[in-house]
Ligand binder design. Structure first.
Ligand SMILES: [Mg+2]
Length: 353
């Protein structure tokens, strides 16, 4: 198990991990299998208006004319950041950003957030103020103002954020949240930004070679909050945010939609400077680096064309959804010659690191 992981996790997942490590297992299970196993033991929610339960970027409930979406994500010192070197304002920004990205993936508008801090004894108040300065900066820019929270004593610093978003069902022709389970055979796969820069930033930070541009992408990601709403309003019904890695997150869509997908590597948007600086690794960083916080989506050709004109930032078609194969993995990556260059490990696993 890696000690330094620096990747997003989820409060419920964290609690599950804590519960797991206190029991006498010998081999860590797959994160998603563990969650599915634990949730299977719970009573089915008796909520008539529940639209989305466990397993998507957010859960969703119908509330009158609105569909509200809910998510939570936690960052822990020593797992997702190192307090010895982190910029506190960036940490506050990112703790909110990862949650707003999940709300964006549903096509919802951020409504408000709740912030819980776990603070070790003697932790400087000045650093806490900087964390909140970062929180204030992103909520001022992208929405989701803080409406409450909690402070507890903890051995390790952690920030746990719960976020609520909403869709006004009267606001567009397509008011349903975008789900991981809605990809269909023949759909186009699109992406709202570039991938690989965050992973490159992380590698440089870990190597002590901070390059401001990429470190900034990693430390202060900007979730695609507006693009998510525009995609949904354009008729896109399937999306996920890229947190675990492009291939890993597309695999989540495939598994939940019972389809497979092909990515054309030469169409994946990767900054030219990244290709130049990482000539041997840029494909790996783009496909598996993670924490890009762009949106990956699937829709028909017609809807893609509509979305492309509606979204202010460029969207890129990177592949297609196909029928589920019998014996190979859900995601195939091919180069310009059609050769299979699928990475053996697609992205982040919250339990194995
Ligand atoms: Mg997500």
């Amino acid at each position: 198990m890696a000690l330094l992981c620096w990747a997003p996790t989820n409060l419920i997942q964290t609690l599950h991990i804590i519960r797991y490590v206190t029991t006498p297992h010998t081999t860590p299970p797959d994160e998603f299998a563990l969650i599915a196993d634990l949730v299977a033991g719970l009573k089915t929610p008796d909520l008539a208006d529940l639209i989305v339960g466990n397993g998507d970027d957010c859960s969703a409930l119908r509330r009158g004319h609105f569909i509200d979406v809910y998510t939570t994500d936690t960052m822990v010192d020593g797992v997702h950041f190192l307090s010895a070197s982190v910029n506190w304002e960036d940490l506050g920004w990112k703790s909110i950003a990862v949650n707003l990205s999940d709300i964006a993936a549903m096509g919802a508008e951020p409504l408000h957030t709740l912030v819980t801090l776990g603070i070790p004894p003697g932790f400087p108040a000045d650093s806490l103020k900087k964390i909140y300065s970062g929180i204030g900066a992103i909520t001022s820019e992208l929405g989701g103002p803080v409406t409450g929270g909690d402070v507890v004593r903890a051995d390790n610093l952690f920030i746990s954020v719960a976020a609520v978003g909403t869709i006004d069902t009267r606001s567009s022709e397509y008011p349903a949240p975008m789900l991981r389970s809605n990809a269909m055979h023949g759909d186009v796969i699109g992406i709202t930004g570039v991938v690989g820069a965050s992973g490159a930033g992380l590698e440089l930070i870990k190597a002590g070679k901070t390059v401001p541009g990429w470190a900034q992408v990693h430390n202060r990601p900007i979730p695609d909050v507006i693009a998510g709403q525009v995609l949904r309003a354009s008729g896109v019904k399937c999306a996920i945010d890229v947190s675990d890695g492009l291939v890993a997150d597309l695999s989540h869509i495939c598994e939940q939609s019972n389809v497979a997908a092909t990515i054309e590597m030469e169409k994946v948007p990767v900054p030219t400077q990244l290709k130049d600086s990482f000539p041997d690794d840029w494909r790996r960083l783009a496909l598996s680096g993670g924490e890009d916080y762009v949106l990956l989506f699937a829709c028909s050709e017609e809807v893609f064309a509509r979305a492309a004109t509606a979204v202010e930032t460029p969207i890129t078609r990177i592949g297609t959804v196909r029928g589920k194969p019998e014996s190979v993995g859900p995601v195939l990556v091919i180069d310009a010659n059609g050769n299979d260059i699928t990475p053996t490990r697609g992205g982040w696993d919250h339990l194995s690191g």
